[in-house]
Design a binder for this molecule. Structure first.
Ligand code: G6P
Length: 371
């Protein structure tokens, strides 16, 4: 009913709007005095976390994209090698795990069969398993050694939005906590990041306030057949997530590529007026940033219609952007929290313009409980 949807036409719109609150709720009670994190609820003792020598993340769909972003955070802040696996690939392989491997299973519903089976596969090899889950009382937490709940609240729309942002918060918390417990060289940065994380609900709110041009853009592209998404570093999984949303909701061909791969294939796809969304890292990451600016020039020279997501005040992209979407300036690793939101709004609006029900896309289920 309309009341359940809080006055919005679709649950997805409501859930997109709830993201600042969802992010805040997932941080709540986990940041202590002086920026020290406390995640005791995880139930994996600090001593065990100090013994970890490798992290393996398993998930499906949007949760897998959260896992891909987690890899950058865990390698950097926790100083641990990290692999990310689609759960349905992992479970049929012979991964090398031990008692000192930390497996992190990410699932909104806690009921995705392949993710649950991947957890069993990991536990048979004595790995410690930590779940990231949004649904209390679901199966995943029971199958894991410990769990960190996301507090997105019920997510009804099939395509994940607020759950994804809270999964990002959860993986940042875990990466920073591992850094804190293990005492890596990034000690000061870890404390700074915890403070910056606390500012993220406001930043996400700011993004939401500026989405009207994104909606107008989406409506203008409703007749397109294909959209490409490019990113580097954590912008690469964001590009994949943007493409997934468009497939799920608008039934359009969409791909997310690592911008560095352009010359190895995707650039052959560029033709006159093809919309290409590019996620630009913060200017502070000069090398990354400048590389992607030249990627934008390259595709534009070949006729692409460039839709550029960059931080506020980044003038360097202006000459090459047909459309510029500005997001608040945040550190590179946290940027997916602000760059994903316009992509959700874009896909939702474009699908609506095509007349699709964004809450119930064809052929898809909210959680895939079969193998
Ligand atoms: C389905 C949903 C996706 C979700 C994926 C994983 O494909 O349509 O939105 O990302 O399952 O679900 P989970 O509950 O494990 O996060």
């Amino acid at each position: 009913s309309a009341a359940e949807k809080g006055g919005y036409d679709y649950f997805m719109l409501k859930e997109i709007a709830e993201q600042p609150r969802a992010v805040a709720d997932t941080l709540l009670g986990r940041i202590g005095a002086g920026g020290r994190l406390s995640l005791d609820e995880m139930r994996i003792p600090d001593a065990a976390l100090r013994d970890i020598d490798k992290v393996v993340i398993v998930a499906c769909g949007t949760a897998y994209h959260a896992g891909l972003i987690a890899k950058y955070a865990i390698e950097h802040w926790a100083g641990l090698p990290c692999e990310v696996e689609l759960a349905h690939e992992f479970r049929y392989r012979d991964p090398i795990l031990s008692r000192s491997t930390l497996v992190i299973a990410i699932s909104q519903s806690g009921e995705t069969m392949d993710t649950l089976m991947a957890v069993r596969h990991a536990r048979e090899q004595r790995a410690r398993v930590l779940g990231i889950c949004n649904v209390n009382g679901s199966t995943l937490p029971r199958e894991c050694d410990g769990v960190l709940y996301t507090h997105a609240g019920p997510e009804i729309a099939v395509a994940s939005t607020k759950a994804f942002l809270t999964q990002l918060v959860a993986v940042y918390l875990i990466a920073l906590y591992l850094g804190q417990v293990r005492g890596t060289k990034w000690g000061d940065e870890v404390t700074d990041m915890v403070h910056l994380l606390a500012e993220m609900p406001d930043k996400v709110d700011k993004v939401l306030e500026t989405m009207e041009p994104v909606r107008a853009l989406a409506r203008s592209l409703a007749d397109q057949h294909c959209v490409l998404f490019l990113g580097r570093h954590v912008g690469f999984p964001v590009a994949m997530e943007g493409a997934l949303k468009l497939k799920e909701l608008a039934y359009m061909h969409a791909e997310g590529f690592a911008a560095g791969e352009l010359k190895h294939g995707p650039i052959a796809l560029i033709e006159q007026d093809l919309p290409v969304v590019v996620v630009v890292p913060p200017r502070a990451r000069e090398v990354l940033h400048d590389k992607i600016v030249s990627n934008i020039q390259e595709i534009r020279a070949r006729g692409a219609r460039t839709i550029v997501i960059a931080e506020e005040g980044d003038d360097s992209v202006l000459p090459y952007a047909d459309t510029l979407i500005s997001v608040p300036a945040v550190p590179t690793l946290l940027q997916p929290l602000v760059t994903t939101v316009p992509l959700q709004v874009f896909a939702c609006e474009l699908a609506t313009a095509k007349g699709h029900d964004v809450d119930q896309p064809r052929n898809l289920a909210k959680s895939v409980t079969v193998e």
